[in-house]
Design a protein around this ligand. Structure first.
Ligand code: TYD
Length: 134
Protein backbone atom coordinates (compact mmCIF):
# COMPACT_ATOMS: atom_id res chain seq x y z
CA UNK A 1 0.00 0.00 0.00
CA UNK A 2 1.71 3.15 -1.16
CA UNK A 3 -1.20 5.59 -1.29
CA UNK A 4 -3.50 6.81 1.49
CA UNK A 5 -6.65 4.75 1.56
CA UNK A 6 -9.66 3.86 3.65
CA UNK A 7 -9.47 0.40 5.21
CA UNK A 8 -12.78 -1.22 6.14
CA UNK A 9 -12.78 -3.13 9.41
CA UNK A 10 -14.90 -6.03 10.62
CA UNK A 11 -18.19 -5.01 12.19
CA UNK A 12 -19.75 -7.56 14.52
CA UNK A 13 -23.34 -6.43 14.90
CA UNK A 14 -24.93 -7.43 18.18
CA UNK A 15 -28.03 -6.21 19.97
CA UNK A 16 -25.82 -5.90 23.07
CA UNK A 17 -23.68 -3.40 21.16
CA UNK A 18 -21.42 -3.60 18.12
CA UNK A 19 -17.76 -4.55 18.02
CA UNK A 20 -14.99 -3.77 15.55
CA UNK A 21 -11.30 -4.63 15.52
CA UNK A 22 -8.16 -4.46 13.44
CA UNK A 23 -5.04 -6.54 13.35
CA UNK A 24 -1.92 -7.11 11.32
CA UNK A 25 -1.71 -8.45 8.67
CA UNK A 26 -5.42 -9.00 7.93
CA UNK A 27 -6.33 -5.31 8.01
CA UNK A 28 -3.20 -3.31 8.66
CA UNK A 29 -0.14 -3.45 6.37
CA UNK A 30 2.21 -2.81 9.31
CA UNK A 31 2.89 -4.06 12.82
CA UNK A 32 1.87 -1.63 15.54
CA UNK A 33 4.64 -0.07 17.62
CA UNK A 34 2.68 2.82 19.16
CA UNK A 35 -0.89 3.96 19.82
CA UNK A 36 -1.96 7.48 20.70
CA UNK A 37 -5.20 9.40 20.69
CA UNK A 38 -6.41 12.95 20.24
CA UNK A 39 -9.38 14.18 22.26
CA UNK A 40 -10.94 17.30 23.79
CA UNK A 41 -10.14 19.26 20.62
CA UNK A 42 -11.62 22.77 20.90
CA UNK A 43 -13.91 23.79 18.01
CA UNK A 44 -12.03 25.06 14.96
CA UNK A 45 -8.66 23.63 16.01
CA UNK A 46 -6.35 21.90 13.55
CA UNK A 47 -3.96 19.07 14.44
CA UNK A 48 -1.16 17.54 12.45
CA UNK A 49 0.16 19.76 9.64
CA UNK A 50 3.26 17.70 9.10
CA UNK A 51 4.56 14.63 7.29
CA UNK A 52 6.67 11.70 8.43
CA UNK A 53 9.84 10.56 6.70
CA UNK A 54 9.38 6.89 7.60
CA UNK A 55 6.39 6.43 9.85
CA UNK A 56 3.12 4.91 8.64
CA UNK A 57 -0.14 5.51 10.44
CA UNK A 58 -3.71 4.31 10.61
CA UNK A 59 -6.33 6.76 11.94
CA UNK A 60 -9.84 5.94 13.14
CA UNK A 61 -12.60 8.23 14.38
CA UNK A 62 -13.55 6.09 17.38
CA UNK A 63 -16.15 8.67 18.28
CA UNK A 64 -17.54 11.73 16.51
CA UNK A 65 -16.03 12.93 13.25
CA UNK A 66 -13.17 14.88 11.70
CA UNK A 67 -11.49 15.32 8.33
CA UNK A 68 -7.99 14.22 7.39
CA UNK A 69 -6.60 16.35 4.56
CA UNK A 70 -3.75 14.64 2.74
CA UNK A 71 -1.25 16.37 0.44
CA UNK A 72 1.15 14.38 -1.72
CA UNK A 73 3.21 17.42 -2.71
CA UNK A 74 1.06 18.06 -5.79
CA UNK A 75 -2.56 17.84 -4.73
CA UNK A 76 -4.81 17.65 -1.74
CA UNK A 77 -7.42 15.03 -0.88
CA UNK A 78 -9.91 15.13 1.97
CA UNK A 79 -11.08 12.04 3.85
CA UNK A 80 -14.02 12.39 6.25
CA UNK A 81 -13.82 9.95 9.12
CA UNK A 82 -17.06 9.50 11.03
CA UNK A 83 -17.49 5.80 11.81
CA UNK A 84 -15.50 3.50 14.09
CA UNK A 85 -15.54 0.59 11.60
CA UNK A 86 -13.14 2.06 9.07
CA UNK A 87 -9.96 4.07 9.15
CA UNK A 88 -7.46 5.89 6.98
CA UNK A 89 -4.10 4.33 6.24
CA UNK A 90 -1.38 6.92 5.55
CA UNK A 91 1.96 5.72 4.16
CA UNK A 92 5.17 7.63 4.86
CA UNK A 93 5.83 10.94 3.12
CA UNK A 94 2.32 12.37 2.92
CA UNK A 95 1.51 15.74 4.47
CA UNK A 96 -1.57 15.52 6.69
CA UNK A 97 -3.74 17.78 8.75
CA UNK A 98 -6.75 16.91 10.90
CA UNK A 99 -9.58 19.42 11.09
CA UNK A 100 -13.37 19.88 11.48
CA UNK A 101 -13.41 17.98 14.76
CA UNK A 102 -16.93 17.47 16.07
CA UNK A 103 -17.68 17.93 19.75
CA UNK A 104 -16.40 14.98 21.81
CA UNK A 105 -14.61 13.42 18.86
CA UNK A 106 -11.92 10.87 19.58
CA UNK A 107 -9.17 10.05 17.08
CA UNK A 108 -7.11 6.95 17.68
CA UNK A 109 -3.88 6.60 15.74
CA UNK A 110 -1.64 3.56 15.47
CA UNK A 111 1.84 3.76 14.05
CA UNK A 112 4.61 1.37 13.07
CA UNK A 113 7.25 3.51 14.80
CA UNK A 114 7.95 4.82 18.28
CA UNK A 115 7.67 8.59 18.73
CA UNK A 116 10.67 10.31 17.18
CA UNK A 117 10.68 14.05 16.54
CA UNK A 118 13.42 13.55 13.93
CA UNK A 119 10.94 11.66 11.74
CA UNK A 120 8.70 14.74 11.45
CA UNK A 121 8.78 17.15 8.52
CA UNK A 122 7.05 20.23 9.90
CA UNK A 123 7.92 22.67 7.09
CA UNK A 124 5.66 22.30 4.04
CA UNK A 125 8.23 23.83 1.68
CA UNK A 126 10.80 21.24 2.80
CA UNK A 127 8.19 18.49 2.44
CA UNK A 128 7.33 19.58 -1.11
CA UNK A 129 11.01 19.60 -2.05
CA UNK A 130 11.53 16.08 -0.66
CA UNK A 131 8.29 14.84 -2.28
CA UNK A 132 9.41 16.25 -5.67
CA UNK A 133 12.71 14.36 -5.36
CA UNK A 134 10.91 11.04 -4.85
P1 TYD B 1 2.28 16.29 17.33
O1 TYD B 1 2.55 14.99 16.67
O2 TYD B 1 2.96 17.50 16.79
O3 TYD B 1 0.71 16.57 17.36
P2 TYD B 1 -0.32 16.70 16.15
O4 TYD B 1 0.42 16.34 14.91
O5 TYD B 1 -1.40 15.76 16.46
O6 TYD B 1 -0.81 18.10 16.14
O7 TYD B 1 2.61 16.12 18.87
C1 TYD B 1 2.28 17.11 19.82
C2 TYD B 1 3.21 16.95 21.01
O8 TYD B 1 3.04 15.67 21.61
C3 TYD B 1 4.67 17.07 20.64
O9 TYD B 1 5.33 17.81 21.67
C4 TYD B 1 5.19 15.66 20.67
C5 TYD B 1 4.28 14.96 21.65
N1 TYD B 1 4.04 13.55 21.31
C6 TYD B 1 4.56 12.55 22.09
O10 TYD B 1 5.26 12.80 23.09
N2 TYD B 1 4.32 11.24 21.77
C7 TYD B 1 3.57 10.90 20.69
O11 TYD B 1 3.36 9.70 20.41
C8 TYD B 1 3.03 11.96 19.86
C9 TYD B 1 2.21 11.67 18.64
C10 TYD B 1 3.29 13.26 20.21
Amino acid sequence: MTIPQIIDLPKILDKRGNLSSFEHPSHLPFEIERTYWIYDVPGGEVRGSHAFREQQEFIIALSGSFDVVIHDGKEEKRFSLNRSYYGLFIPKMFWRRLENFSTNSLAIIVSDKAYNEKDYIRDFVEFKKLADEK
